[in-house]
Design a protein around this ligand. Structure first.
Ligand code: MF3
Ligand code: CO
Ligand code: CO
Length: 295
């Protein structure tokens, strides 16, 4: 008799406990072989309120950056704005001294990521980097308040840029909005989001970064599921009420391929060094679809 390894279902209902409507829906998909969340990914209403409060501070930071950002400013000056506002609101910048992988012990030294033009993400603020007219700049901020995490980023155009770069920034924003539209009801899959985003990017002649993705967030900085921005419908994890996650498409003007700058181990750059744009929000899935927690 053969015996084989199989992954146990994520969704477990304790013995003797009556099935809720939500249990029934999730078990339906699980029994059909789809990937479903485990209970640990469902936040309580109290926890969701905690993330919402972190989101209010995070949004305040991005609004401040939006007000102050200008040509001639260094990226470290942006970082100082982020740090000071965060501390003044009794919060902590999640990226400051963040260790992405325990093995490499690589530490991110700043309070936000600032990624200019061909830098896709994880740009490290510096005194030597000065914003110039025509740059397209992503500022990505994650705030921890009372242990809850909110993560969002926006693009800023410095002065006037080229029509192509302007289109890239616009289409990347539309990709986030389209991902959100897919989530206007619960019980959709991560792959449904990715599929819609990929179609929109391609229809506009752009590509989608594959090496980095959105993620579960709220109780931790990075959690399941992986929210990929490309792929097939019905793949990836089922999104059910109570899950908190980001959508953060990185859209490239040229190739989707990227590399990490070996100088610092963080900065992600497009392989052809053509521009890239990204927008990000933190969302909570509800019975009526997603709600943005980082407005
Ligand atoms: N905020 C980024 C995200 O959207 C993560 C930055 S991690 C850092 O997931 F270490 F590079 F800062
Ligand atoms: Co982010
Ligand atoms: Co994120």
């Amino acid at each position: 008799m053969g015996i084989f390894n199989k992954k146990r279902g994520n969704w477990v209902v304790p013995k003797g406990q009556e099935l809720t409507e939500m249990d029934k829906k999730i078990l339906y998909y699980q029994n059909k072989g789809y990937t479903v969340p485990r209970r640990g990914l469902i936040l309580t209403p109290g926890q969701i309120e905690g993330v919402r409060k972190a989101g209010v501070v995070n949004t305040g930071i991005l609004d401040l950056v939006s007000e102050k950002i200008h040509a001639g400013m260094t990226t470290n000056e942006i970082d100082k704005l982020v740090y000071d506002y965060t501390i003044a609101h009794n919060a902590t910048p999640a990226t400051l001294n963040y260790v992405a992988d325990e093995k490499s012990k690589l530490i991110f030294p700043k309070s936000c990521c600032v990624s200019i033009n061909e830098v896709v993400c994880h740009g490290i603020p510096s005194d030597d980097e000065i914003l110039e007219e025509g740059d397209i700049v992503n500022v990505d901020v994650t705030t921890i308040l009372n242990g809850y995490y909110a993560d969002a980023s926006r693009m800023f155009i410095i002065g006037k840029t080229t029509p192509e770069k302007e289109k890239l920034v616009r289409v990347a924003k539309e990709c986030l909005e389209i991902g959100m539209k897919v989530c206007e009801k619960p019980y959709v899959f991560v792959g449904d989001i990715g599929n819609a985003i990929q179609r929109h990017a391609h229809a506009n002649g752009f590509s989608v970064v594959r090496d980095l993705c959105g993620h579960g967030v709220g109780l931790k900085f990075h959690e399941e599921p992986e929210v990929v921005h490309y792929g097939r419908k019905g793949t990836g994890m089922l999104l059910v009420p109570g899950m908190v996650f980001t959508i953060e498409p990185m859209i490239n003007m040229g190739t989707w391929k990227v590399f990490v700058d070996s100088e610092d181990g963080w900065t992600v750059v497009t392989d052809d060094e053509l521009p890239s744009a990204q927008w990000e929000h933190t969302f909570v899935m509800t019975e009526n679809g997603v709600e943005i927690l980082t407005y």
